[in-house]
Write a protein that binds this ligand. Sequence first.
Ligand code: GLC
Length: 421
Amino acid sequence: MIRQLTILAVSLLMMVSCGGTSDNGKTKLVFKHGKIAGQSEYLTRLVEQFEAEYPGIDVIEEVLPSITDQQRQFYITSLEGGSSDFDVMSLDVIWIPEFAQAGWLEDLSGKFTEEEVSRFFPGPLKADTYNGKLYAVPWYVDGGMLYYRKDLLKRYNLSPPETFDELVSCVRTVLKGENNDKLAGFLWQGKQYEGLVCAALEFIEGNCAHVLDENGNPVIDSENAIEAMRFMRHLIETGIAPEYVTTTDEEATRHSFGNGNAIFMRNWPYAYNIFNAEGSKIKGKVGVKIMPHFEGCESASTLGGWQLGINKHSEHKKAAWQFINFMSRYESQKYLALNIGLKPSRQDLYNDEDIAREQPFITELYDVLMHAVPRPVSPYYSRISLVLQSKFSAILSGTKTAETALKEARREIEQILPESS
Ligand code: GLC
């Protein structure tokens, strides 16, 4: 009897530690997501609303670092090992083809009707589809944009820049007038990681250049791409961007700009609400617009954003889908938009009256997000990105010329891509 009890106790323990059932008999669903900047407690409240609606499910939120590269590292290691320790994952828009090809994601095709699917933005939907199957549901959308200090531009009678040349001239005027050592001109994410690729692509695409052409062949060493990257380095050499921009990620630039220490910054939309929150040093002083472009080309905003997917090895796929369905539905996205400022992946929320009234900035973003430029949608993207990260970083730090680095990048990307692509 005692032995039987022990066996029972051990097996119960195992069930709990395998992400099975909680000791209260409920299904224990583990939801992994990256750290959300701003008032993330509202996400937890939404999770609690789910639990109230589904009393048989307990959700355990497990938070990963905010940097996308670190999150990917975690997933790669766990999923390669066949881990079933987590059920629902928040996934960067660039990972889906790679994770789907590796067999790590549950196929979600057919879970939504076609009509329901068409309500989401087409860019993320395309990125979430691999070989005609849907592997994740768009959760919230990102697009790179230019933040500027309205008060500083006004002080010198300047209008927000349309082109990169205009931005340079605005920075020169303001820096000269302010004569403040702490004030930087233009910040972007310049450290060697995914964020650098996103920022640099806005310069490259904004100069009519691309990583791959329409047939999928690398063209990253085109004259225009070289010119764009040379220009980024030139901004550092001439003090328009500070030297430290080669070490910054989203949060580092957000903190500098938020402390009043920069005139311009490239970042994702998440920073806007934080800058305008009570107690912010720059509340009411921040303007936002689409990124500048080079003469004769158009502005480009890199498409970013996060998706919800199910771990193929999850033991709770039904509950996992109920959770994703709940988290991605209209009311949930509205709640996250109103309270944290996350940008909805459902297009009709950009016509929602409450959002238009309380978060007009979100409504205004529709066009930027609709036309945001995706990074190459390919199972090889992560490897392509690693090449770009190292070459772009070498250019910004001045260890390689743009021409040399981008020629190397093209050759290395050619090696990564299979013959037929
Ligand atoms: C943001 C974007 C994501 C991108 C990352 C780069 O989180 O949503 O798509 O890869 O920034 O740092």
